[in-house]
Design a protein around this ligand. Sequence first.
Ligand code: ATP
Ligand code: MG
Length: 317
Amino acid sequence: MTNDDTHGAILADDSVPGSADGALVELRGAGKSYGNIRALHGVDLTVHPGRVTCVLGDNGAGKSTLIKIVSGLHQHTEGEFLVDGEPVRFSTPREALDRGIATVYQDLATVPLMPVWRNFFLGSEMTKGPWPVRRLDIARMKRTADEELRNMGIVLDDLDQPIGTLSGGQRQSVAIARAVYFGARVLILDEPTAALGVKQSGVVLKYIAAARDRGLGVIFITHNPHHAYMVGDHFSVLRLGTLELSAARSDVSLEELTNHMAGGAELAALKHELAQVRGVDTEGLPEEADLTAPTATPSAPKATTAAPTATGSEGTA
Ligand SMILES: Nc1ncnc2c1ncn2[C@@H]1O[C@H](COP(=O)(O)OP(=O)(O)OP(=O)(O)O)[C@@H](O)[C@H]1O
Ligand SMILES: [Mg+2]
């Protein structure tokens, strides 16, 4: 369970699907149908302490469905879901939280007009005094929030300011620090950088790395292969509800990941059609054959030739 300095290509041999070896969370052939709509099918995913598992995919690919299973919002309808190697089936997010699985949603459940420290403790306020005269322990909450934020390297001028005055990136960071403080072992982030600019995204990525370095297993959902590659140890790309790619960092280059995510295959398939449209330049689009061949094997981590690219380099921002 050691996870000091765990990052980068050194971690290559991790997360073999099907292995419960130290895994915090594991999905095996998991799927979910809503009535007769099959949103997710046959998905393997492993989350290890001190590692970041990135889940990528286009709109409707099944990313939210996948994390809803892990966060206890929905139940899987096929396959297995294990926490600490033990099969589970949560009926509420509370049950997931009790097992240390915390989710930071994109529309953060914060109260914009309340101070930062108050939001930090929202729903789990510290109190003092005996029962009939029990009061909020404001001083202790402020002090603790301040300490915890600093521990994560988050420095805010004034914890009394309304959280709504913070930037999107800072608010995400506070939510991450909060999850860490309340004992999360697994942190799920649903598109935390989707609405953010470059600099703010960098801020959030920094705290994802900080949570990882504190030993949490992180599930990072994103559309952005560049963001994923900056912090990810493992990459799972979903397409139409199934795993299109599941690869350790050492087995996939940023370029390959980008091709998967850029909808390369779809665009290639559309190339002929698009070529008929005036004003659309299809010159740079890949040919279908170039894209589908090497990566079509679902779920198995690619043991093929790892492209000699910038493996291990993370600070490209
Ligand atoms: N409650 C539901 N009832 C019926 N179908 C659903 C439900 N939730 C999701 N779906 C369907 O499941 C598929 C996957 O949806 P999901 O929200 O998991 O995708 P996503 O990858 O999170 O997409 P996005 O990037 O747009 O958030 C979609 O086709 C969607 O229409
Ligand atoms: Mg979604």
